[in-house]
Design a protein around this ligand. Structure first.
Ligand SMILES: [Zn+2]
Ligand SMILES: [Zn+2]
Length: 260
């Protein structure tokens, strides 16, 4: 009974939250970071964009992490060899460092939903260059716990996914998978702790749209891959045909970079 009520509250917050965000923050004309330049393709201005380090090949074909030249002869990166990932492929648009890190901190902790949609344009621009990331049945943003949703006012992954949903014209579902467990912030944990922390954090509440579907899973940051992998696991178990992941920012792990 309690669980059903929580799910309903979450659905309600999701719908109301989206409506409010669109009402309060229509697509901006000025760059939402500096407010001093025109938006480029509806997102950040060119100056603020130039401060972002976009990920270029060589990358790991599976998880999308940047690879050192010395490691490109390997099929998988070290992390993909060590961890069992449940998504088929993951990609990140830019490196999680410097200004992009700042932009994402603003988005998550300082109530900046306008930044979410503007940064989401980067996912659209990336997908335009990657036809293999255009054919899906469903977009699912990684959910956050409903208590966090209440405090933050929105799910940042959903804001990032909205422009992509409009561009690809496929359904977005934010109410068929929920996050039951209030997890510790992944930032403070090492790799093993992150995988343990997120284990069984998600639950599918409606398997119908998932069965046989090719799913695009959206999140803000990919570091160890623990969060998106766990969500992929429950989606695959619920009958998804394939789960691919796209995140805005990808972290480079020291262990991976220094060991190669
Ligand atoms: Zn700017
Ligand atoms: Zn990899």
């Amino acid at each position: 009974m309690m669980k059903i009520r929580i799910i309903e509250i979450q659905k309600w917050l999701c719908q109301i939250g989206n409506g409010m965000v669109e009402l309060l923050f229509p697509t901006p004309e000025q760059c939402p970071v500096c407010g001093q330049e025109e938006c480029y393709h509806g997102g950040l201005g060119k100056n603020c964009l130039s401060r972002i380090a976009f990920i270029l090949p060589p990358i790991c074909w599976r998880c999308g992490r940047p690879q050192r030249l010395i490691a490109v002869t390997r099929k998988n990166c070290l992390q993909c060899n060590e961890n069992r990932y449940y998504f088929s492929v993951a990609r990140s648009v830019a490196v999680y460092e410097g200004f992009l890190r700042e932009y994402l901190t603003e988005l998550k902790y300082r109530y900046r939903p306008d930044l979410g949609e503007a940064l989401g344009i980067l996912l659209v621009e990336w997908v335009k260059c990657h036809p293999e990331y255009q054919k899906f049945n469903l977009i699912i943003p990684i959910p956050i716990h409903w208590q966090k949703l209440t405090v933050r006012g929105y799910n940042q992954a959903e804001l990032l996914a909205n422009p992509l949903q409009k561009y690809l014209g496929i359904p977005i579902k934010c109410d068929i998978i929920v996050r039951d467990k209030i997890t510790l912030s992944q930032n403070a944990l090492n790799k093993e702790e992150r995988f343990a922390n997120i284990h069984e954090a998600f639950r599918v509440i409606d398997t119908k749209p998932i069965a046989g579907a090719k799913i695009l899973l959206i999140d803000d940051i990919f570091t160890t891959g623990a969060t998106v992998s766990e969500a992929s696991r429950v989606l695959m178990r619920a009958g998804a045909q394939d789960v691919k992941v796209l995140t805005l920012a990808g972290g480079i792990l020291d262990s991976e970079w220094l060991a190669t």
